[in-house]
Ligand binder design. Structure first.
Ligand code: GLU
Length: 548
């Protein structure tokens, strides 16, 4: 078969040569060891935690090494495309601190290695398709859907591997005349790769995350170009990552089964093989077993979830870092205020089997993150969240910003800051009692006579002076305790609990419930200072009335 004749016949309009493309997209002038990598999402509109994980790994590997991170949009499957998906992707990733140096942008693209949208690269793919045909490494296949389905059925009956290979590859060695006749008859065709691999052969391949893999050769003549001339993921991957001078391909390990084919393609095209970083899926515990996070079952897979729950962006970022590099947490403890980019990220620490997502741990990281913020920041982020998800509460917070900030300043800073807030959603239940519209009582603890509680509150009011400092205030609480026959000294109480009906802790709780409605609150003295004596006293009075 004259492969040049076939190539010219199939691609009469291809005028460019691979050499011209090589010259147009030269090797990058990057420092030694720089990682050039990319995110290559399909614009389906759903941005998930896996995208963020992949983006973060790529971003760190690129920028930590003085390299480049670019965004390529893999829009070869027009059916799956959702309008506005690229904008959502870019803005979401930016929100989480992932910025691209080049590639697709919200209003076009930037960089010298484009176009970065695959559908705009058809003429480039065709140059290499033609080259493969010339080399005898690719050929057209005119099989209909029906023929392929029958073939699959036959393979099922024969209990052999599925696919277009060996005797099933019926267009592999057809003479030129057959091809010509089919094209003249207007039959649609795809371009297939002529595989010389055998499933009997295995070879070793070193993946940067998975380690040395024992890989089986590919013997299937996979599709390179679909009948509309648009490439498959595989072909586009080889051409694009070569021409865009990608050094490291960071992608989900669902692509691992296609790796043998990709390696064949790079070799046939004469391209240098990039380094591969195949990352495992995000896992979660389901009962006693681990499973992949699923789009259908797990709302926490969607990035919109974290926003709606009110996790600070930085908390999600910090959490993912702890997921990816187990030493991040210790580093963060030692460097509480350092920018996260100072941490030395390592792909070597990625778990080859995939990271285990743990909601409780995320909350923990988030509590620490919020505890590190100053009241001003907490206030503005809480307002921003409430404006979108709880406008009434936003209005309340904005009514008196200084009041809200003073509340949020309680227990902030210092060696052991309070950690009440894991999300912005927690702000309202945490501090709502400071506002009359959200004040509601949980009720007093069980096991005490209402009359006793009432007396305690009454006694307190009799001595209460809003001008007292914290220690005088507490001395008065102790005096109340002693007056009602409870233990004012905790040591004494613990040594002999049966000798007292209760302790100063219980009396504090009575007061706390009266003032805040809850058994748990920030420091009560400070709370009363902020609420003001009028409101504090009136709440204590109402509680007494309710007890009567
Ligand atoms: N478009 C592919 C995907 O979304 C990209 C995989 C890759 O990074 O190569 O899975």
């Amino acid at each position: 078969m004259d492969t040049f004749k076939l190539a010219n016949y199939l691609f009469p309009n291809v005028k460019m040569t691979p050499e011209e493309l090589e010259a147009r997209f030269p090797e990058r002038n990057a420092p030694e060891g720089a990682v050039i990598t990319r995110m290559a999402p399909s614009p389906t509109g759903f941005v998930h935690l896996g995208n963020l994980v992949q983006g973060l790994i790529s971003e760190r590997m690129a920028h930590q090494s003085g390299g480049v991170l670019f965004l390529r949009v893999e829009d070869t499957d027009a059916k799956r495309e959702v309008a506005g998906a690229v904008e959502v992707l870019i803005s979401t990733l930016k929100h989480y601190g992932i910025r691209f140096d080049e590639g697709v942008t919200v209003d076009g693209e930037a960089g010298n290695y484009g176009p970065y949208r695959q559908r705009q690269r058809a003429d480039i793919y065709h140059v290499y398709a033609k080259k493969l045909v010339e080399q005898g490494d690719a050929y057209p296949c005119f099989c209909t859907e029906e023929e392929l389905t029958d073939m699959r059925q036959l393979q099922e009956e024969r209990k052999v591997n599925f696919g277009y290979y060996g005797e099933y590859a019926i267009w592999r060695d057809r003479p030129f005349e057959d091809v010509q006749a089919a094209i003249e008859a207007g039959k649609p065709w795809v371009l297939r790769f002529r595989s010389t691999g055998s499933v009997e052969n295995k070879f070793k391949f070193n993946d940067l995350v998975k380690g040395v893999l024992n890989v089986t050769e590919n013997d299937v003549d996979q599709v390179l170009l679909k009948s509309d001339g648009i490439p498959t993921y595989h072909f586009a991957h080889a051409v694009d990552d070569h021409l865009m001078r990608t050094t490291h391909v960071v992608r989900g390990d669902e692509w691992l089964p296609s790796l043998p084919f990709h390696l064949q393609l790079f070799r046939a095209l004469g391209f240098k093989i990039p380094k591969y970083v195949h990352i495992g899926p995000l896992m979660k515990m389901d009962g006693n077993s681990k499973r992949k996070l699923s789009k259908r079952k797990d709302p926490e897979l969607a990035l919109t979830y974290y926003k709606a729950e009110g996790f600070p962006v930085r908390a999600v970022y910090e959490y993912i870092m702890t997921l990816l590099n187990s030493n991040y947490e210790d580093w963060r403890k030692a460097n509480p205020t350092a920018p996260s980019d100072d941490f030395k990220f390592s792909y070597k620490k990625l778990n080859p089997a995939g990271a285990l997502f743990d909601y409780a741990k995320l909350c923990d990281v988030s509590k620490n993150e919020i505890a590190r913020m100053d009241a001003e920041t907490v206030y503005s982020l809480a307002v921003e969240y409430a404006e979108e998800f709880d406008p009434d509460f936003a209005a309340v917070l904005k009514r008196d910003p200084d009041y809200a900030k003073a509340i949020l300043a309680i227990g902030r800073g210092g060696k052991k800051p309070r950690k009440d807030l894991a999300t912005w959603k927690d702000v309202k239940p945490y501090m709502g009692f400071f506002y009359d519209e959200y004040f509601a009582s949980e009720g007093f603890p069980e096991g005490f006579e209402p009359a006793v509680i009432r007396t305690a509150l009454e006694t307190f009011l009799a001595s209460y002076d809003p001008g007292d400092d914290a220690s005088t205030w507490f001395d008065k609480v102790k005096a109340v305790t002693a007056a009602i026959g409870f233990a004012a000294d905790m040591k004494e109480y613990k040594a002999n609990p049966d000798a007292f009906p209760g302790s100063v802790a219980d009396v504090s709780t009575f007061l706390r419930v009266a003032v805040t409605g809850r058994t748990n609150s920030p420091d009560l003295y400070t709370v009363m200072q902020l609420l003001g004596s009028e409101k504090s006293v009136s709440r204590i009075r109402s509680a007494m009335e309710a007890l009567a």
